[in-house]
Design a protein. Structure first.
Length: 145
């Protein structure tokens, strides 16, 4: 094998290696425990947020979980919609959620499901901070944004 053939073989090997690296699936999250005390609380304009994860899993293209604290009288953001589906679990406080065109008041232990591309909103109507867990998931069936 001459120099030119050796160089061509090395270049082909490097290109093939790059193609394999691109084709590898993303690292997926397996079973994991997230300790409340290890989650960093970051201030926001309306309260604070603790990011739990934002990653693919074995069955989801993406799983995003965060825990928000919403100050009394505040709205997390204006009513909106997005392609992914979302669960909200109220941990503390009294909130109202916009669901199917109506504002509904709920408290601790309540579970809210926001369907794909359906208008929804969330506001703290109590006198104390509201703490709630948000679970967003995206699958192959999730519509494009």
């Amino acid at each position: 094998m001459n120099r030119r053939e050796l160089f061509a073989a090395l270049a082909a090997t490097a290109i093939a290696g790059d193609a394999l690296a691109v084709a590898e699936p993303s690292t997926v999250m397996g079973s994991k425990v997230f300790d409340w005390n290890s989650l960093t609380e970051k201030p926001t304009a309306t309260g604070s947020v603790r990011v739990v994860c934002d990653t693919p899993t074995a069955t989801l293209e993406n799983l995003e979980i965060h825990i928000s604290t919403l100050k009394p009288g505040m709205m997390s953001h204006p009513p909106h919609k997005h392609p992914n589906e979302e669960l909200i679990i109220v941990r503390e406080g009294t909130v109202e959620t916009l669901s199917n065109g109506a504002w509904i008041r709920v408290g601790p232990g309540s579970v809210i499901f926001n369907g794909s591309n359906q208008l929804h909103g969330f506001r703290n109507v109590g006198a104390e901070p509201a703490i709630y867990h948000v679970i967003n998931f995206k699958t192959a069936a999730t519509p494009a944004a």
